[in-house]
Design a binder for this molecule. Structure first.
Ligand code: SF4
Length: 244
């Protein structure tokens, strides 16, 4: 059993009590586990059209295409499995992500992991997690349109390789960026859109649309507990579609 499997099992057991008490995602420290040796299988690098997640990550790390490069500690390309069931897209790295070079590893990220675990998802088994912008905006401000535009090519290339079955946007910025709208998250959340990928498929024709759903950012749930119930409804809507 992998460490993630153990964490997921522990989380689900812990959450079952929370649900009985109607506390869906109580804040708690995640227990630390290690993989069983036999299950410590490395992800095999996969190339699509000569491109790979490793190549993109290396380019992100050397990227100076917008002003955020001068302010970052570490860029955050993203992490997860190849060809995920779900691609989770957030806005931009925060301070802890900036220090560690990994997406969603702070308090909000731990909540995101618990939200995903509640519908049988994790970055270790069936998800890939990234952001629309790969470097931290100072003071956690919103990325500017120029910064988002400069970084969009990396997400587009990641999606061409990942070919996710579904997309979950967490937060207003990610949802607005992916859906090319200025509509608020309150109106965008909880329903499916058809996202048309930018990449060209290997065969002739258009790339198939990917079902995309949005919900509140876990940081918003930490600031406003009243958003947890609608977020849980969004996750249940996603789970019903995933059929896992
Ligand atoms: S945010 Fe994106 S475009 Fe800007 S420097 Fe980082 S990787 Fe490059």
């Amino acid at each position: 059993m992998t460490a993630e499997d153990k964490t997921r099992l522990a989380t689900l057991l812990d959450m079952s009590g929370d649900f009985l008490r109607d506390e869906h995602w109580r804040e708690r420290e995640a227990p630390a586990f290690e993989d069983d040796a036999a299950d410590h299988a490395a992800q095999t690098a996969m190339e699509v059209g000569g491109d790979s997640l490793e190549t993109i990550a290396a380019e992100v790390c050397g990227c100076r295409a917008c002003g955020l490069c001068d302010l970052r500690i570490l860029p955050v390309p993203g992490e997860g499995v190849q060809q995920p069931l779900l691609l989770v897209i957030g806005e931009a790295p925060g301070s802890e992500e900036d220090e560690r070079g990994k997406p969603f590893v702070g308090v909000a990220g731990q909540l995101l992991d618990r939200m995903l675990a509640s519908i049988h998802l994790s970055r270790a088994t069936n998800c890939f997690i990234t952001n629309t912008v790969k470097c931290r905006p100072p003071g956690n401000r919103d990325p500017s349109p120029d910064e988002t535009a400069a970084c969009a090519r990396f997400l587009a290339r990641q999606m061409r390789i990942l070919r996710p079955a579904y997309i979950l946007c967490v937060g207003r910025i990610a949802a607005q960026t992916m859906l090319h709208t200025s509509e608020g998250i309150g109106r965008l959340r909880g329903k499916f859109f058809d996202y048309t990928p930018d990449y060209q498929p290997d065969n002739a024709g258009d790339a198939p649309a990917i079902p995309l759903i949005a919900t509140y950012h876990p940081s918003a749930l930490l600031r406003d507990a009243s958003l947890k119930r609608p977020a849980w409804e969004d996750l249940k809507t996603l789970l019903a579609r995933l059929q896992i």
